[in-house]
Design a protein around this ligand. Sequence first.
Ligand code: C2E
Ligand code: MG
Ligand code: MG
Length: 705
Amino acid sequence: MEAAALTDSSIRVLLIEDSQAEADLVRALLSEPAGDISFDIHHVQRLAAGLDRLKQDPYDVVLLDLNLPDSSGLAGYAEVSETGPRVPVIIFSNVADQELARRAVRQGAQDYLIKREVDAKLLRHAIRYSIERKRTEEALRESEERYALAVEGANDAIWDWNLRAQSAYFSPRWRAMLALGESAVGDTIDEWFGRVHRDDLEGLREALAQHMRGDSDHFQYEHRLCTARGDFLWVLTRGLVVRGSDGAACRFAGSMTDITQRKQAEYQLLHDAMHDALTGLPNRSLCLDRLDIALRQYRRDEQHRFAVLYFDLNRFKYINDSLGHSVGDALLVAVARRLEKFLRPGDTLGRLGGDEFAILLNNVEGLGSVTHISERVHELLAREFCIDSHEVFTSASIGVAMASHKYQNAEEVLRDADLAMYKAKHDGKGGFEVFDGDMHESALAQLKLETDLRRACDRSEFVLHYQPIVSVTDGRILSFEALVRWQHPELGLIYPEHFISAAEEMGLIVPIGWWVLEEACRQAADWQRMFPVDPPLGISVNLSGKVFLKPNMARQLFELLERCRLDPATLRLEITETAIFDHLDAALDELAKLRAAGVELHIDDFGTGYSSLSYLQRFSYDTLKIDRSFVQGMHQPGEAGAIVKTLIALGRMLNMNVIAEGVETSEQLRRLRDLECPEAQGYWFSKPITHPDVHLLLGNGGLKG
Ligand code: C2E
Ligand code: MG
Ligand code: MG
């Protein structure tokens, strides 16, 4: 062990000793090598000479007498250690200056030896240990320096808690972090705990206690600390316990990192994930969270009744399409701000997506108060919105779901409110509807219908009925309108109003549409051959916007007409205003190709859609079909009669043919005749009939009377 610690084969000793006799003694004592290590002694008699040597040559150890001609006492030691700070110094002392020697050791000298007591073994020993110790000290100092640098670089604060003495140390960085400036920091742990956020203190104490008990292999906790400025920092504190020989924790030390920025970023992310970016309102998932809390509260205590109002903005799509998306967006924001102001603090207004919103009302008394609130929402939304110098009007259909024990989760509540909204929208009864169980039943039935519809396409469960369109002047049949029906295997014949919109949504309207076209054109070609008239019988087919939106629609249709051997000039495509509105620009080219080939384009249900006239201007159609709601209102006092009259005049002015739909009485027919409406269609002439019945009808020479 003695030799192993040193690797050099000779130790260079600087002996500063004024007495030649003492110096000789030292030489004698060190003349024999210790193992394979020898001593190389350089003797000087004065301190100045010693310091010179020390500056020039490296020494492994200095033996220093404290009583020299040019120096006495500790000053000598101080100069030596300053000149050679890394060289261990052993004080070579007389009995008289023993106390002085001890002080030198306290200041860093490695050892002191009493000259008279020294023997060879002791001296060699002392030298070797002093070198050894000095090296260890150096290494430690370096590593401490490195550690201090690392700590500083990491920007961490250090704390050290002496559990036995109940004192604590906090590094300067700690003070800086807490903006404490030069103010004194005490030495108790309360300097820390006293600044911890109220809500975090218990958790912090528990985490510390856990580690002290030995339940965790290190301590780590994130919490808030109050700074001298009065704001809160987020810090990550880590530490380890040091245990005494009895295993009890005696010291707890560690670091503290400022993680405020990270926490803020996390908070921002969380906030963003839970809020709608446009309006800043809670989004669907946050609404569901809050609803979930309300539901659980209600289940514990029925007094906590809640209600959900679900609504969207009627005609929002048209605002978006006509005024642009930025106006649409601004309207959503304006709606959010207007409603927000009106809600009570405990309620939540959220945006579920698109133009859909929900309001969660907490602690509602009953349906009466919910109805009242719905009315208020209606009122607020009905007032004009001023956006980018546009006056925008909107309205809402509101669906309501009330707290109930039948709900297992928040999704179910939203679903029912949504169903009620759907009903409110379609019934048009003031745009407000409270969910009841039947809605659920009918929603389930609708769902089944949709599943069946997919199958119906594969199994061709559709049939066509045909309704004649006649000349108002002489009652001749001019053409037939093909109307699709679904021959459901269990439910029987289903009319288009029950499945067309679902087929639109599911995209099935495209294959259905092509099937109808092919079937109708084939039949029409058949009738034209069997019952030739001049001009030939026409065939009207209703077409969804989704069908003619497809590229190559025109080419595909011409191929179909070829197959069915039908003259394009006898085909009339019926398109609703809404379909035109939605797809106009994309469809214009295809429509133009069709018209060039002689295919007629009819606007169906004219007068029920939006901004009809501006669209008439952009593309010329052949025929207006006046919606049956106007025709049927004709004989009652009101505007319907005037509208029919105007539409007929409009058609005439634009050089368009006009067909009045839904004629049910002779009186209606007479009025239409008076107004010189050229064509009509309705139960008065014939209901839609099957194709064998068309054969019979045409075979009998058409309609009688
Ligand atoms: P539409 O094109 O306006 O068809 C006229 C509808 O009015 C038909 O209903 C017809 O039976 C009904 N109707 C005719 N005369 C009278 C009458 O005097 N009184 C009353 N109350 N109703 C009358 P249907 O067949 O139920 O069709 C409803 C709608 O479904 C059609 O309205 C059309 O928009 C759509 N539709 C029908 N077939 C197809 C199709 O093959 N493709 C597409 N895309 N839509 C279709
Ligand atoms: Mg039609
Ligand atoms: Mg119609």
